[in-house]
Design a protein around this ligand. Structure first.
Ligand SMILES: [Zn+2]
Length: 74
């Protein structure tokens, strides 16, 4: 699964993509190759929220944290 994000690469300003497989979730830039990967289990632990008894997967918080890591590592 690959999703184009509505976010710019902190290094080059290119489009960021989100990619998910069985083991990890990655955010990467097609233009300059900047990439950050998380194990899916870690991403889920941070992003799963219990709201009124429903487990909600909050992609926004994953993307926010990945973007922060990109900014720090660049
Ligand atoms: Zn880039």
């Amino acid at each position: 699964m690959r999703i184009r994000l509505n976010l710019e690469c902190p290094r080059c300003g290119g489009s960021l993509f989100l990619e998910e497989d069985e083991e990890k979730v990655s955010v990467f830039c097609n233009r300059c190759g900047l990439r950050v990967s998380w194990r899916l289990r870690d991403a889920a632990r941070r992003a799963l929220k219990n709201i009124d008894g429903l487990l909600i997967f909050d992609w926004n918080s994953v993307i926010d944290e990945l973007y922060l890591e990109l900014a720090i590592s660049s």
